[in-house]
Ligand binder design. Structure first.
Ligand code: PEP
Ligand code: MN
Length: 263
């Protein structure tokens, strides 16, 4: 079902009122984690002003260490929903399991399935039954074929509103958190009609690499970006090394029209 042979024309995925794919370049931006009402509102207003289309913010966080900040849970989703109504942006947030999936469906416009859960097939089946679009991130050791088969689980359950996301894979290099595989964008677009966006934040893990790789993703023909933004990165409760400030996002947004391939 994900194959271009079955459906030659690009799929457009609607998130709230925002189109992703089929020539619609969408920027999802916001904090790694919802930390509180003030932080979320401040960042949301700034990314909206910069021109981002969709607000991101995690409430259920898949952290490497169980002793670090795990997200605010349902109260975090409430904050995200309130802020989204105030600034007028649809939202995307990660679901980790069945219970958080139900909550994300209730509070958000798009369900994020993270890299660590890309092959959580029971979670994929549940998200496939949900009536909300899904952002499916590539596992950090998954091939393009495995990513597409994971997406197939969603479509097989009846959910055709799926956006894929390249977020970097594990390699031997250590100058970067992950190795952002921009060729995967081209590979996916050849094989599938589903939109694919790029996350240079988790893809590089380093603030100074985020904007250059975001520009590269736009140039290569990605259908959008996911970028972590914090108004005070040094105070961020998660992923502080890769958060850019709103001014950097605004600069990037200004550059995009000259970079995007002509359609
Ligand atoms: C995220 O986007 O918040 C996240 C945890 O990303 P990933 O699943 O790609 O690591
Ligand atoms: Mn993060």
């Amino acid at each position: 079902l994900v194959s271009r042979e079955v459906k030659p024309e690009d799929t457009v995925v609607w998130v709230g009122g925002v189109p992703v794919g089929g020539g619609h370049f969408a920027v999802m931006a916001g904090p790694c984690s919802v930390e509180g009402p003030e932080q979320t509102l401040t960042t949301a207003q700034a990314v909206k002003k910069a021109g981002a289309h969709i607000l991101r913010g995690g409430a259920f966080k898949p952290r490497t260490s169980p002793y670090t900040f795990q997200g605010l849970g349902e109260p975090g989703l409430q904050i995200l929903r309130d802020v989204s109504r105030e600034v007028g942006m649809p939202t995307v947030s990660e679901a980790l399991d069945e219970r958080s999936l139900e909550l994300v469906v209730e509070y958000c416009d798009m369900i994020q399935i993270g890299a660590r859960n890309m092959q959580n097939f029971s979670l994929l089946r549940l998200a496939g039954k949900a009536r909300k679009p899904v952002l499916l991130k590539r596992g950090m050791a998954a091939t393009v074929e495995e990513l597409l088969m994971a997406a197939e689980y969603l479509l097989a359950e009846g959910n055709y509103q799926v956006v894929l996301c390249e977020r970097g894979i594990r390699t031997f290099t250590d100058h970067t958190r992950n190795t952002l595989d921009l060729a995967a964008v081209v590979a996916v677009q050849r094989l599938s009609h589903l939109p694919i966006i790029v996350d240079p934040s988790h893809g590089t893990g380093k603030r100074h690499k985020v904007v250059p790789l975001a520009r590269a993703a736009a140039a290569v023909g990605a259908d959008g970006l996911m970028i972590e933004v914090h108004h005070n990165p040094m105070q961020a409760l998660s992923d502080r090394a890769q958060a850019i400030v709103p001014e950097e996002l605004a600069q990037l947004m200004n550059q995009l029209p000259t970079i995007l391939p002509l359609t």
